[in-house]
Design a protein around this ligand. Structure first.
Ligand SMILES: *[C@@H]1O[C@H](CO)[C@@H](O)[C@H](O)[C@H]1NC(C)=O
Ligand SMILES: *[C@@H]1O[C@H](CO)[C@@H](O)[C@H](O)[C@H]1NC(C)=O
Ligand SMILES: *[C@@H]1O[C@H](CO)[C@@H](O)[C@H](O)[C@H]1NC(C)=O
Ligand SMILES: *[C@@H]1O[C@H](CO)[C@@H](O)[C@H](O)[C@H]1NC(C)=O
Ligand SMILES: *[C@@H]1O[C@H](CO)[C@@H](O)[C@H](O)[C@H]1NC(C)=O
Length: 496
């Protein structure tokens, strides 16, 4: 009788143990489901600028895509050769130029994910200018780059020319997204907090053919028809964004060369205050006439292809004065709320990130460490006074096309920031010259992709994560406990 009861209990306990083991195995499988890394998603954007094209590949976890600051940069690839607008006479080559970077991108994106990768191409000021000159040529170039991208196994989502204001706004979104300044999750308050408006960064972008300034002014400083309103993560932002076509560094230098040549007409040797002493650059008048940014109607730029030689005189203050005279500052009168060419601009506010050519030029000159304005001026004066012979022997590895232009570009940066945008001795320290944030390059591409994939939602992100996994942890603890108790009971039973 006792033996039968004992074996009955053993059977029940045995069954309990067996069930627990099955449950444990099953739950482990399920737990793995829950804690499995969320699927990684990818996206790619070509930045087709006036002087060159770059491809950026981004990645993020699918379950976090609405949070701020979770997208990281997987790859950046520089396309060999000039910007796509330079292929106006041979559009298919514009498409071909992208292949090397597309191949590289496919090497970093797992094959099974490639078909879902949204792929964009955005073109900026170089193509805006080409469109002004010859819209059918611009369309052909875009059609060719689109055709090439469509040959690759990715989800092509369009190749188009961005407006200058979009370019400015997307750069601003990129910066504030990467620096987490839109919204922050507070684990204590269990909610998303709005950072102080003063902690939002402004964006300063300088390209070859245009420059953009974007920031969030004091609420009252923007009139109704100025600026644009964005709703991001549940908060509204009224931003001022302006793009100046033809005020990029390359077009500006072309424009300055033209003015200097016209002023000293009919001389064919022309002094250039922004180039180093001893440096000579031959320019052809047809090259100057070809740009839509320089007024080619001047009779002194007569047809024909006479050559003129620019001779550097390395004089920083004369260089700045010459550049300032091009900015049409007088159109603003005495108004402080005006940048250049009579374009209204609300008073500057907060800190700014100055990237692209603002950064590259200052990086070469070692001026990205937050030096005060006086030190920056002094360094630029010193650099401009160095002869070409000195420079070319001191920086033998530097691109010989770029090296003679640092003096000009640095002085243009000073003129643009101080005389046009109205930074001064004290607000100068609010400008941070930087090209990377959170491991990604700063530029408009990330903001563009975030916007087009709806990853910067208007609503505040939801926070429901972690619940399921803690539930599973509790379940497992329970099952293991049962198992141990069962085993203990079984052992006791066998001993008794
Ligand atoms: C992100 O937000 C969009 C709309 O705001 C929503 O449809 C989507 O489900 C969200 N995705 C995640 C992973 O939370
Ligand atoms: C515009 O570009 C097209 C295609 O490159 C070319 O055939 C045409 O001659 C150009 N038109 C002008 C006015 O330059
Ligand atoms: C200067 O700006 C004003 C206002 O926009 C414009 O009317 C004028 O033509 C500009 N002058 C030059 C030389 O560009
Ligand atoms: C920048 O700093 C480096 C290292 O100190 C130096 O070799 C280089 O000459 C500096 N560049 C300029 C333009 O002063
Ligand atoms: C982002 O996309 C939305 C549409 O989804 C659009 O209304 C908004 O203007 C875009 N933002 C910018 C900065 O262009």
């Amino acid at each position: 009788m006792l033996a039968r009861k004992k074996s009955f209990t053993s059977a029940i306990i045995g069954a309990l143990v067996a069930l627990s083991i099955i449950a444990l195995v099953l739950s482990l499988v399920r737990v793995e489901d829950v804690t499995l890394p969320p699927t990684v998603k990818y996206g790619m954007v070509f930045d087709a600028g006036s002087s060159h094209t770059s491809l950026f590949v981004y990645q993020w976890d699918s379950d976090k895509e609405n949070d701020t600051g979770v997208v990281s940069q997987t790859l950046s690839c520089d396309v060999q050769g000039q910007g796509i607008s330079s292929y106006a006479n041979n559009p298919p080559e514009a498409g071909n130029s992208l292949r090397e970077c597309l191949d590289k991108a496919l090497q970093v994106i797992p094959a099974e994910k490639q078909r879902d990768v949204p792929a964009y191409l955005g073109a900026t000021a170089g193509m805006r200018l080409l469109r002004e000159q010859n819209s059918s040529a611009a369309e052909q170039v875009l059609a060719e780059v689109a055709k090439t991208m469509q040959e690759y196994p990715v989800a092509f989502r369009g190749a188009r020319i961005l407006t200058g204001e979009e370019e400015g706004a997307y750069g601003w979104i990129t910066i504030n997204y990467l620096l987490d300044s839109f919204t922050k999750y507070s684990p204590k308050a269990h909610t998303w907090l709005r950072p102080e408006a003063a902690n939002i960064f402004g964006a300063l972008d300088l390209g070859g053919a245009s420059t953009q300034i974007t920031f969030m002014p004091e609420g009252s400083a923007l009139s109704q028809n100025e600026g644009s309103e964005l709703t991001l993560y549940g908060y509204r932002y009224r931003i001022y964004a302006h793009s100046y076509l033809c005020y990029g560094q390359d077009e500006m230098l072309k424009w300055l060369a033209k003015e200097l040549i016209v002023e000293s007409f009919p001389s064919t040797r022309v002094q250039h205050p922004c180039y180093p002493r001893g440096y000579e650059e031959p320019v052809s008048l047809s090259w100057l006439r070809a740009s839509p940014c320089t007024d080619s109607s001047d009779p002194r730029l007569a047809p024909g292809d006479s050559a003129v030689t620019l001779e550097g005189s390395g004089n920083a203050s004369a260089c700045r004065a010459a550049l300032r005279s091009l900015l049409n500052l007088s159109a603003c009168g005495h108004s402080q709320d005006c940048a250049l060419d009579g374009v209204p601009q609300p008073p500057l506010r907060g800190r700014f990130i100055a990237f692209s050519a603002f950064y590259y030029n200052f990086k070469f000159l070692n001026l990205t460490e937050g030096q005060p304005l006086a030190a920056v001026r002094e360094a630029i004066e010193g650099f401009c006074s160095r002869s070409w012979q000195d420079l070319s022997s001191s920086y033998p590895t530097e691109n010989p096309k770029r090296l003679p232009r640092y003096c000009a570009n640095a002085n243009y940066i000073l003129t643009l920031l101080l005389d046009a945008y109205k930074f001064n001795e004290s607000s100068w320290s609010n400008i941070c010259f930087q090209m990377k944030a959170g491991g990604a390059d700063v530029g408009w591409t990330l903001g563009y992709m975030l916007n087009l994939t709806n990853m910067v939602p208007a609503e505040a992100p939801a926070r429901l994560k972690g619940h399921s996994s803690s539930l599973w942890a509790a379940a497992i603890a329970f099952i293991i406990l049962t198992l141990i108790l069962g085993l203990a009971a079984l052992l006791l039973e066998l001993w008794v």
